[in-house]
Design a protein around this ligand. Sequence first.
Ligand code: AMP
Length: 249
Amino acid sequence: MKVLVAVKRVVDYNVKVRAKGDGSGVDLNNVKMSINPFCEIAVEEAVRLREKGVATEVIAVSLGDKACQEQIRTALALGADRGILVETAEELQPLAVAKLLQAIVAREGVDLVIVGKQSIDGDNNQTGQMLAALAGMSQGSFASELVIENGKARVTREIDGGLQTVELALPAVVTTDLRLNEPRYASLPNIMKAKKKQLDTLTPADLGVDVAPRMRVLKVEPPPERKAGIKVGSVAELVDKLRNEAKVI
Ligand code: AMP
């Protein structure tokens, strides 16, 4: 069983992002970039399937500029077998990403695609669902458990107030939630080995996909600054402030 995992290059989750002065986007100058955390979980799950002998090959794919090679190499160090970079300078929106992944799925004959439930930069939560729809594959989103058995995928999904278990015919798309697993750290020897693993580069044109954006970002702005808190001297003062200043009682 071939497994494809999508790894997105995003601003590291520890970085406090700043909007550009002109509101046209997020300032990426000298900012640490990493694999999207939900994609790390996707890589870990795929590698565990290979270690259990369920998967025969794990392919890590990233779409974006040349720098995304770094995230593919990290996925290779975590245990993926080979990588594919779809290189483009165009800003990729979820529909374009889903179409590119669909083309790779068709080209590679993939049985299972594991993507993150959402990218922490755009918070889109769209790619996996769009890919499943475009490729006519089953989907199990927000997975907190994945079992492959008898040619089917059993996915436990995190839904409001509980868990839902669904059985999917393969090929399928699974999107990862936080509790699916705890990703491993890449060891130094594996980082060295990853440098020698195969990494192919394609372009959207090679895959016959039009990646022109369908959506225009009008403005990016930081949330309003919060006022500093104060200490009140008594319960009466607190009640007075809640009633007359905050107007919440
Ligand atoms: P989104 O729909 O943007 O929230 O992204 C959900 C998931 O789709 C991510 O966690 C990735 O697994 C995958 N994905 C989205 N954009 C890219 C990209 N440019 N390169 C690789 N994977 C991506």
